[in-house]
Design a protein around this ligand. Structure first.
Ligand code: FA5
Length: 353
């Protein structure tokens, strides 16, 4: 019997070598270990053996049974791993593959020119101790108008044509609106901190306006505010100049003229000499040679009060940069509508910046 068992072992180890399919392996297992299997048949003869013979044959038969089970299990596991690896290799994306023979139609993405400029401005102001704030697109009447010294019926409301929501669920009982300017963040910023403070707040704004080369109905501004003791117009002009110098890296011609905004007093308009036509006149500057870029002024005392700040103790300045127009001036973009076009050919041009 012992000889028979050794033959079974040898037979099994030879035959398993040649198999490479799970089904064949399972058949082999049943051929040896099944009820009528080779090993079972031998074991049936055990009952005719003497106790001494059984002591030797029993453990040997069990060892062969273990061997068959383990070998079959190991081989099936190895086959499964092989199948998984094959599938992974077939669908593999080579992340290290460079543009070339197999990927000539693929090209890397780039940042939108507005993002490039916004990040530059944020860096400039962060280095001067400003925070960068954010605020909601959907606002209420208080944040967009009232707290900014623009009460109901104030003619200044008409300066910014507003998209109103029908649902009058705003906290003040009036309808919500899409913010028309980033000055809403002045109000939020003041309420959340104590002076002295300084922050900028870039963001998208919405106005029900007809579009042209320098007007969009969804565009971007970058608000700035500084509140403290004895802030002066010279401080305001210093920060405006620094901003323009850092972005344009060259002297650009600007003019400062009086401007009316209910939330500042005095208020100014800072215009830049149009860099599209070098001041000669074009569709962007409406043939005037100047582009309205950076309105600003000293914060009106009523606005400070609405923000919970005592105007007898503190004052400040604020500005509202036309971010898209700055991007146009910087890169010589002659129509603001390119910026929101989503045309990748337009974006591609700024990759190297
Ligand atoms: C305002 O929105 C004020 N909130 C700015 C401000 C802030 C003044 C703080 C004083 C103190 P205005 O409506 O002028 O102002 O818009 C500011 C800038 O946004 C403009 O100078 C212009 O550069 C840009 N802008 C205005 N309307 C559009 C438009 N339709 N498309 C693109 N840019 C625009």
């Amino acid at each position: 019997m012992l000889v028979k068992l050794e033959e079974i072992e040898k037979d099994f180890t030879t035959r398993i070598e040649a198999l490479a399919k799970e089904a064949d392996l399972l058949n082999l297992k049943s051929e040896f270990l099944g009820k009528a299997g080779k090993l079972s048949e031998v074991l049936k003869g055990l009952r005719n053996c003497s106790p001494e013979e059984r002591k030797v044959i029993g453990p040997k038969a069990n060892a062969i049974k273990d061997l068959i089970q383990t070998q079959i299990h190991k081989k099936i596991e190895a086959l499964e791993i092989d199948i998984i690896n094959k599938k992974l290799n077939e669908n593999a994306i080579d992340l290290g593959l460079r543009k070339g023979r197999f990927s000539s139609s693929l090209s890397g993405g780039g940042l939108h020119p507005r993002t490039l400029i916004q990040r530059e401005i944020e860096d400039v102001f962060l280095s001067m101790g400003f925070e960068v704030l954010d605020g909601p697109h959907i606002e209420d009447d208080v944040h967009n108008f009232e707290a900014l010294n623009i009460p109901a019926d104030h003619p200044a409301r008409d300066m910014q044509d507003t998209f109103w929501f029908n649902d009058p669920s705003a906290s003040d009982g009036k309808g919500n609106l899409l913010r028309t300017h980033t000055s809403t963040i002045q109000v939020r910023g003041m309420k959340e901190r104590k002076p002295p403070f300084r922050f900028i707040a870039p963001g998208t704004v919405f106005r029900c306006e007809r579009t042209d080369a320098s007007h969009e109905f969804v565009f971007n501004q970058l608000e700035g505010m500084m509140v403290g003791k004895d802030i002066s117009i010279s401080n305001l002009i210093y920060f405006m100049k620094t901003l323009l110098k850092e972005i344009f890296k060259k002297d650009v011609e600007v003019r400062l003229r009086p401007g009316f905004f209910p939330f500042v007093e005095p208020g100014f308009e800072l215009d830049i000499s149009c860099l599209i036509c070098s001041g000669k006149g074009c569709s962007v500057c409406k043939q005037t040679g100047w582009v309205e870029l950076l309105p600003c002024g000293m914060v009106h005392p009523n606005v400070l009060v609405a923000g919970g700040i005592d105007p007898a103790e503190y004052n400040g300045f604020a500005f509202g940069l036309g971010l898209d127009r700055l991007v146009m001036m910087k890169y010589g973009i002659d129509d603001i509508r390119h910026l929101n076009s989503g045309d990748l050919r337009f974006n591609e041009q700024f990759k190297s910046y």
